[in-house]
Design a protein around this ligand. Structure first.
Ligand code: FEO
Length: 402
């Protein structure tokens, strides 16, 4: 049975939710599922914005069919070719043989690559600022390369002031009946998943996200329709401000994130003591064991907090394996503008501090606290004093500390 949601009088959400998927893209855990959004504009001409992942195709096709009723589908706009949105393109093309696909040249290239499909007669190729008049609406196509694939574009409806934003402004988590962000307590219940989605999927491409924000900044936008998560119709500035901070790699809050890797608990002990000293000084601090917490959550936290501490044992003459993987992931996501402190442990030849430093020095505008704390197995009183000095050094950046 169809399950659709009305966005405006002539715009219907025809997407679907997947709550059985364990790992989005095979790498990001999605314990609350994920939504694949698709929108159907029922103007004089009918326009479908993107399709859905193959896992929810049946529900999607039923939603489209029910919304159209006896009407033909005139256009499919493909804004993004990643298969979580394009996996049902061929099915839609087969079901609606008179429909034309609206996309850019790079999208057409990807369609050929993914689907070995060559019938170019069905495609309408658009470029920056091209428009499509559908009757009451006028759709303008705006290229958004590398947000986060090269073919990405967004669409602006200048009549109802709707931005179809592709992956931008998306969020992990299935939609549980509500479609608008203002129907739920977004800042309490969903902001962490929005941040985790942004930082892990798009975080590397802050410059390109910034360019898109600038391009659309002059447009009056009243509704944002992303390809995952909620539709925004109120308080748009809240999410736009977050995107602005994230894309500029500016921390959201003063505070410390400690990520540690510990084989027998001694490095963890140092991390715990440092966290305690920081809280004693009034500094918000969060801790993650990189061997336990999914990397996507820790990457997200690193984008949130101003100060980062990495504590790792030495393993096979290198950084402990889970910490090495995590730091590599974080560097790949382009983290910038942070103050970083390091703690290393090694019973006979500690190297993890030096190696972590070398990795993090690749990032822009990272202020590394000079002194790496060196632990040789278990913590001793001298090293405890060094932790206190580190806590005081970090605290000196927090003017509210007494
Ligand atoms: Fe939701 Fe980049 O795909």
């Amino acid at each position: 049975m169809h399950c659709i949601k009305k966005i405006t009088d002539d715009l219907i959400w025809v997407g679907a939710n997947d709550r059985r998927l364990a790992m989005f893209e095979g790498v990001y855990s999605v314990p609350d599922g994920v939504s694949y959004n698709s929108y159907l504009l029922t103007d004089k001409k009918t326009v479908l914005f993107d399709t859905v992942d193959k896992s929810v195709r049946e529900q999607f096709l039923e939603n489209v069919s029910e919304t159209l009723k006896e009407r033909p589908l005139d256009y499919l706009v493909i804004q993004h070719m990643e298969p979580d949105h394009s996996a049902s393109v061929l099915e839609i093309m087969a079901l609606y043989p008179d429909m034309r696909v609206v996309c850019n040249a790079k999208t057409l290239q990807f369609i050929k690559q993914f689907y070995n499909f060559y019938d170019e007669s069905r495609f309408m190729i658009v470029k920056e600022n091209d428009t499509l008049d559908t009757g009451r609406h006028l759709l303008r196509f705006i290229m958004a390369p590398m947000v986060h694939w090269p073919e990405v574009m967004v669409t602006y409806d200048s009549v109802d002031k709707i931005l179809f934003s592709s992956d931008a402004f998306g969020c992990f988590g299935a939609l549980n009946g509500a479609i608008f962000a203002d129907e739920v307590d977004f800042n309490k219940d969903y902001i962490d998943e929005a941040r985790r989605y942004y930082t892990n999927i798009v975080g590397k491409y802050g410059t390109q996200v910034g360019a898109l924000l600038k391009k659309v900044s002059t447009a009056q936008i009243e509704i944002i329709c992303p390809l995952h998560g909620f539709v925004w119709r109120k308080n748009l500035n809240d999410i736009v401000l977050k995107y602005s901070q994230w894309s500029e790699y500016q921390p959201e809050e003063p505070g410390v994130m400690i990520a540690y890797a510990s084989v027998y608990g001694h490095t963890e002990n140092a991390a715990e003591i440092l966290a305690s000293m920081l809280w004693d000084r009034g500094i918000k601090t969060v801790m993650f064991d990189v061997s336990v917490t999914p990397a996507s959550k820790i990457v997200s936290a690193a984008f949130r907090w101003s100060h980062l501490v990495f504590a790792s044992t030495t393993y096979n003459a290198g950084i402990f394996v889970t910490m090495e993987a995590f730091i590599s992931d974080l560097v790949a996501h382009n983290i910038q503008n942070r103050t970083v402190a390091l703690i290393e442990n090694g019973s006979w030849a500690p190297t993890s501090g030096k190696l972590m430093r070398a990795q993090l020095e690749k990032c822009k505008n990272i202020r590394l606290i000079d002194e790496t704390i060196n632990i040789r197995s278990g913590l001793n009183p001298e090293q405890r004093s060094a932790l206190k000095s580190m806590a005081e050094m970090i605290a000196s950046d927090f003017p509210f500390v007494s």
